[in-house]
Design a protein around this ligand. Structure first.
Ligand SMILES: [Fe+2]
Length: 394
């Protein structure tokens, strides 16, 4: 295994009554709460009434900050920071999927950020040494409603700069962990089939990134089995939850799997590169591709690409253990599986064309290439190889 530090202070309440913990928890951390979520919360039924009721009953003042859209932007986070400062917020409640929770994190850090522009906290380039990570943030309680990013249990926030169309992130273990996560499987019960499938495939991608980047010379038997089990459980339960959307056992499995994928339990000891995500983020930034769909396209393309190389032992291993097939055939089987749950597997389905591949590759280089001029992965990937992978995805 690689050396690693492990730290995760998030208190998790999992279950159908977890929202009932909100009032008592909120009162521990603040007196003036801002509830951050999407511009449209009509699909949440009575959830916000329950949240408001819990805060009111616990004696907190509260207001909503409904500024977030999918693939949230720095401008949305700035709106949130301004609202929080006006309100005198001392606690944030983030409600939603990764976009809402990540925007909540940037707002929480933004309120306490001493520098003139919160843009400076974002790591826009892996060779950038001008980033000033946040050191403090308002306390947060997160309520995930979509099982994908595991944001409720990690210290990363993904955000897009609307001016440069660069989708990047801030990672801050000092301050971006939530105090608590209230995880109710029923909150994802009304998630549409496409979002359900994209979320599950995002979870698979988080684990597959670590698996493919395992690297030579490491004993990863433990991580491999944990990761294989997580991927298998998600892929086996995805058809079940699509067939029976109110299966709360399967919904709960999806939600907890997404948290485990990125809370450090299954990836510690592996390399933490995420090259498929770096290439997928460009698709979200350029075409507003749903995150999980962008990852579906990239996973299939990466598997096909490495099927043509000899240094593909990690890919072959997962292919044979998950699909019982050699890599090239496993890539086809995975593509068919993704199509069967209604998610895109091709760049062209986002509207991308051959002539745009150079632009996409440049976007990846600008944000994600390291100082050595390659995309960090095992093995590292060059600009020409990024183009070749995108081409396979067309
Ligand atoms: Fe992801």
């Amino acid at each position: 295994m690689n050396d690693f530090e492990y730290y995760n202070p998030v208190k998790v309440f999992f279950g159908s009554d977890s929202i009932e913990k909100l009032g008592g928890l909120a009162a521990q951390y603040g007196k003036r709460a801002v509830v951050v979520s999407y511009t449209d919360i009509s699909f949440y039924g009575d959830l916000f009434d329950r949240i408001h009721g819990a805060l009111k009953e616990a004696g907190l003042a509260y207001t909503d900050c409904l500024v977030v859209r999918a693939n949230p932007t720095i401008a949305q986070a700035k709106q949130g920071v301004a609202l929080c400062k006006d309100f005198g917020a001392d606690l944030l409640i983030g409600v939603g999927g990764g976009s809402a929770m990540d925007c909540t994190k940037v707002i929480a850090a933004g309120v306490r950020y001493p520098h003139d522009d919160i843009r400076k906290m974002i790591l826009f380039s892996h060779s950038d040494n001008t980033q000033i990570p946040p050191k403090a943030a308002l306390p947060m309680i997160l309520i995930p409603t979509l099982p994908a990013t595991g944001s409720e249990m990690n210290c990363t926030a993904v955000i897009t700069d609307e001016e440069t169309v660069a989708k990047s992130y801030v990672w801050a273990p000092d301050c971006l962990y939530a105090k608590a996560a209230l995880v109710d499987p029923a909150l994802s019960r009304t998630l549409p089939p496409y979002q359900t499938a994209c979320a599950a495939l995002d979870t698979v991608a988080h684990v597959a990134e670590g698996y493919f980047n395992g690297g030579a010379g490491l004993n990863l038997d433990l991580q491999d089995r944990l990761q294989e089990g997580l991927i298998r459980a998600v892929l086996e339960n995805l058809p079940k939850v699509l067939a029976q959307p109110d299966d709360l056992q399967a919904r709960g499995l999806m939600q907890w799997a997404s948290a485990l994928a990125l809370n450090g339990w299954v990836l510690s000891g592996t390399y933490t590169w995420a090259p498929m995500h770096q290439m997928g983020h460009v698709l979200s930034a350029r075409y507003n591709a749903t995150h999980g769909a962008s990852l579906s396209v990239m996973m299939v393309a990466w598997m096909k690409y490495f099927a043509g190389r000899s240094d593909n032992a990690r890919y072959e291993q997962l292919a044979r253990r998950q699909f019982g097939k050699p890599l090239a055939e496993a890539a086809e089987a995975f593509e068919a599986l993704i199509e069967s749950v209604g998610v895109q597997t091709r760049l062209s389905q986002f509207g991308a064309a051959e002539g745009e591949i150079d632009m996409l590759a440049e976007d990846v280089r600008n944000v994600s290439f390291n100082a050595d001029g390659v995309l960090a992965s095992v093995p590292p990937v060059t600009l020409d190889e990024v183009k070749a992978i995108y081409r396979l995805a067309l």
